[in-house]
Design a protein around this ligand. Structure first.
Ligand code: PLP
Length: 379
């Protein structure tokens, strides 16, 4: 019996073979500290430099606007808390949304505990934020608007460029969490018009434990983590050189193959959706029907819980209930609750996310197993 089909690429991705190759020299012979001035240090520094160029190219940024971090959570914490620390004496309002990842929501809630005003915007039934809603709540003392580019559970893509225009016209800065969108759709900081943008390596075939923060030139940001002057003092701590080299290689692949991989992901996802919808009457698609990540299929199976379904199909399919972070309990996903899903719809939800290695055979096997599991447990 072969391993179950992996349909959890929004939780994390495997490391691409080319990425591993790019990392290996930095785990073997190039072990110098990139801050050292001798040849060992310079070789490690050059590796970081090359990776920074690739990440900048992928995002349409300048090289000096990229800061490497330990993960997307760290990037978003530094962005939100750093801007707040820089502007806190003049502005004390932040706007975010109800469907943000905890990497953004939690630092915003921390600010609220510290006396900041935090507006949490609701979303429509498809998970979209209306830019007009941002326009209605933005104020002269709004320091930052932080809205994710694409949601991890349902894949809905937000109108970031429009929201950024509104933020800027009121003198506020704009941050977006692009952890899920990078490598799946175009992520261009200039087209989006954002001041800050977070990414995570392990969502696009680089290793876990590395991310990056784009900080547009001249954006006010104060230190959140203090130490030496690595990464321009924004993220002090000796750089994880092998992981950064891997992130650079993954960024190059994402840029060069984006059009082909977007098309492939969409084809695999839609085939899976088609197979399931054909066999299961009443299957509900959660998220936006079109403005959605090409790899993400969040569907509610009627009359069963997603947990029971995935347990019954676990020999053939590895997928997720809503978000990987909440998989230990049957509590309703905050994202689905924000869409106005019924309890039955929320408990019946399964997130199936395909990746570039997903094949039509994988989709056929997974669909067959999910349909059989549904027939077995549904009464
Ligand atoms: N933001 C989004 C939208 C995510 O999906 C995730 C990971 O699930 C994160 C942030 C956190 O990423 P990391 O694990 O690299 O901190």
């Amino acid at each position: 019996m072969s391993d179950p089909v992996y349909l959890d690429y929004n939780a994390t991705t495997p490391v691409a073979p080319e990425v591993l190759e790019a990392m290996l020299p930095y785990l073997r012979e190039v072990y110098g500290n990139p801050s050292s001035s001798h040849v060992y240090g310079r070789s490690a520094y050059d590796g970081i430099d090359r990776a920074r160029k690739e990440v900048a190219k992928l995002l349409g940024a300048h090289v000096e606007e990229i800061v490497f971090t330990g993960c997307a959570t760290e990037a978003s914490n530094i962005a939100i808390l750093g801007v707040m620390r820089a502007l806190g004496s003049i502005k004390r309002h932040v706007i975010t949304s109800a469907i943000e990842h905890p990497a953004v929501l939690q630092p915003c809630l921390r600010l609220r505990e510290d006396g900041w005003d935090v507006t949490i915007l609701s979303v429509d039934q498809t998970g979209r934020i209306d830019p007009e809603a941002v326009a209605r709540v933005i104020r002269a003392d709004t320091a930052l608007v932080s809205i994710m580019q694409a949601n991890n559970e349902i894949g809905t893509v937000q109108p970031i460029a429009e929201i950024a225009r509104i933020a800027h016209s009121h003198g506020a800065l704009m941050h977006t969490d692009a952890a899920q969108s990078v490598g799946k759709i175009v992520v261009d900081v200039k087209a989006l018009g954002v001041d800050l943008l977070s990414i995570a390596g392990h969502k696009f075939y680089a290793p876990k434990g590395v991310g990056a923060l784009y900080i547009r030139k001249n954006t006010p940001i104060a230190s959140v983590i203090v130490g030496a002057d690595h990464e321009r003092g924004v993220r002090p701590g000796t750089e994880n050189v092998p992981a950064i080299a891997g992130l650079g290689a993954a960024a190059k692949i994402a840029r060069e193959r984006l059009a082909a991989s977007t098309a492939h992901l969409r084809q695999m996802r839609d085939l899976l959706h088609h197979r399931l919808a054909e066999a299961i009457p009443g299957l509900i698609l959660n998220g936006h029907p079109e403005l959605r990540l090409p790899n993400t299929l969040n569907v509610s199976f009627p009359g069963v819980t997603g947990r029971a379904l995935l347990e019954a199909a676990e020999a053939d399919v590895a997928a997720s209930l809503g978000s990987a972070c909440h998989s230990e309990s049957d509590t309703v996903s905050g994202v689905l609750a924000a869409l106005g899903a019924t309890i039955e719809q929320a408990l019946g939800a399964v997130r199936l996310s395909v990746g570039t290695p997903t094949t039509t055979r994988d989709v056929a096997r997974a669909a067959k197993a999910l349909i059989a599991a549904y027939a077995k447990i549904h009464r």
